[in-house]
Design a protein around this ligand. Sequence first.
Ligand SMILES: O=C(O)C(=O)CO
Length: 328
Amino acid sequence: MQDPKLPLLLINEVGGTLGVLEAHVPFLKKHFQLITMKEFLESKECYRAQVQAIYSWWHKPVIDRELLKSLPNLKVISSAGVGTDHLDLKLISGFGVRIANTPHAVHSTTADIGMALLLAAARRLVEGCQIAVSSDTGYFSNNWLGEEVTGATLGIIGMGSIGYKIAQRARAFEMKILYHNRNRRKEDEEQAVGACYCGAIEDLLQQSDFVMLVVNLTPRTYKLIGKKELQLMKPTASLINISRGQVVDQDMLVEALQTGVIKSAAMDVTYPEPLPRDHPLLKLKNVIITPHVGIKTHKTTFMITEEAVSNVLAALNGLPMPSEVFPD
Ligand SMILES: O=C(O)C(=O)CO
């Protein structure tokens, strides 16, 4: 039962692969009437004037000119997660619609995945698990070695709130931390995690044992890591990507991994997602790929919905949103 006095929030679907989690629906219904894309498309005319907000999970629903034109009273799009690369920010704000994401909800859990991938790459955990369970395994070899994390150098590219959380975690592993970012952090913030700023990305690539990508996907960061950048890395180094697949030139990465230009890669993101089943990255032993699970814990997904709701309520009341996003 929906309360007709509440504002109408458009969502992709409930449950399903790309829908709002079913467990969050009672919470959403305290604040909104919900309508799914299917219901909207089936009876567009009856809902078009009423929809005031959209809650988008990743790239669903697709928010294009046609949808925006069909919603004259839309005030806000609240997007789950931190990345807004699936939204055309200029187009949306051109319609007078405000945009928000949920950075506060996701920074810790995404940093955790970054560290999990770093540790897994360093100690070859996925390969190790396969050895442990394989029917061919007769003994555990003393020559099967990984890399040390303690004391190693971590280069973080993108030192926003997730990058900084990674630095905090890496400090506990006694890592030496370098970072590259559009804006240098304040001195006391650098000191708190022992991070050194590299103005030139090349210096960071040359010196790091682990390079972690934490940037947003923008035209500036598209294929930021290509052949030249991979060649600057140490042959013993690992590349960790928790940003977006398109930040790396994947063809060049395959080549670098096949020819020993770098030691390994661990990625929570690829392009596309999932990769085609015959993609060469899926055939390499020195690659770890997880299915974009950066934010996927029970607690974080609920915190995302809470932050998304706060954003919408603020926008509908004409107030500053906790996490508003503006076009560049
Ligand atoms: O928050 C996001 O945009 C993520 O992709 C987290 O993995």
